[in-house]
Design a protein around this ligand. Structure first.
Ligand code: AMP
Length: 282
């Protein structure tokens, strides 16, 4: 396994592999890796000849007062984990390597970034699309894997790739959960056991939404009311948003038709967690 910190060197290595006719699979991450990340790598390993990942906590996708400084980091442990996952190349640039002093270009995807997390994190997706565009230019993948846990991010990246004619197949992967249903996230490390128990209401509430939908309920307001009620039972969990949106445009909908996403963001203490499920007619 190669570890590369310089963008130029990464580009050279990818170019070589491409000339050899190899398919490059790529999994971008912010590190502090868990089984969710590893599931993306497993699929990348299957579908590519070369599996590259990146570990980079991207400062530009964090807002002022968010957790950039205290975001969990453990490169040594991450490298151990990915060695077992068949990763060929780990790209681990510094912030300086990615954003030199004169940096002034960004990528903005307009409509799908407005709703949901875009409301309380107004510059977040610009940071994400800009860094992912840079990573795509550096790693030059044929295939890129993203988790559905960050559903709005997945839709935004797909939109960027389509709009900018990037020659990359973006593959969305299912959310990996803890045995009790909590979506795996590096940020779960912030939770003590009391909070850890309380945030389970998130998964419970989505389960209830699925159940109501399965019974034929199609009114977003009715489902959302029930979801809110379940989350609000836990005193220390505050809702940022609970929404049902068109699964493609991410605009709010009143009536569920075709494919919808129910997405939830909550805060517990200083920790912000998100989750979602797709509601789709069989
Ligand atoms: P992050 O390190 O949080 O930026 O995540 C890197 C990639 O892993 C993103 O595409 C995430 O959507 C994906 N990911 C994070 N958590 C999970 C999970 N529980 N299941 C599947 N994919 C995940």
């Amino acid at each position: 396994m190669e570890i590369i910190a310089q963008a130029k060197e990464m580009q050279r290595r990818s170019e070589q592999r491409r000339r050899e006719g190899m398919i490059i699979a790529f999994v971008p991450t912010m590190g502090y890796l868990h089984t969710g990340h590893l599931s993306l790598m497993r699929e990348g390993r299957k579908r590519g000849d070369v599996l590259a990942i990146s570990i980079f906590v991207n400062p530009t996708q964090f807002g002022p007062g968010e957790d950039y400084g205290r975001y969990p980091r453990d490169l040594k442990q991450d490298l151990k984990l990915v060695q077992g996952a068949g990763v060929d190349i780990v790209f681990t640039p510094s912030a300086q390597e990615m954003y030199s002093d004169g940096f002034q270009t960004s990528v903005d995807v307009e409509r799908v970034t407005q709703n949901l997390c875009g409301i309380s994190r107004p510059h977040h997706f610009r940071g994400v699309t800009t860094v992912v565009a840079k990573l795509f230019n550096i790693v030059k993948p044929h295939l890129a894997f993203f988790g559905q846990k960050d559903y709005q991010q997945l839709i935004t990246i797909k939109q960027m790739v389509e709009d900018l004619n990037m020659d990359i197949e973006v593959i969305g992967m299912p959310t990996i959960r803890e045995p009790d249903g909590l979506a795996m996230s590096s940020r779960n490390a912030y939770l003590n056991s009391k909070k850890r128990k309380e945030v389970l209401s998130l998964y419970r509430s989505l389960g209830k939404a699925e159940e109501l939908f399965g019974q034929g309920e199609r009114s977003a307001a009715t489902i959302l009311q029930e979801v809110r009620r379940i989350i609000e039972q836990e005193n220390s969990v505050t809702i940022d948003y609970v929404k049902i949106c068109d699964a493609r445009t991410l605009e709010d909908i009143d009536e569920i038709k075709g494919e919808a996403v129910i997405a939830v963001a909550v805060k517990i203490g200083k920790t912000r967690l998100i989750d979602n499920i797709i509601l789709k007619e069989e």
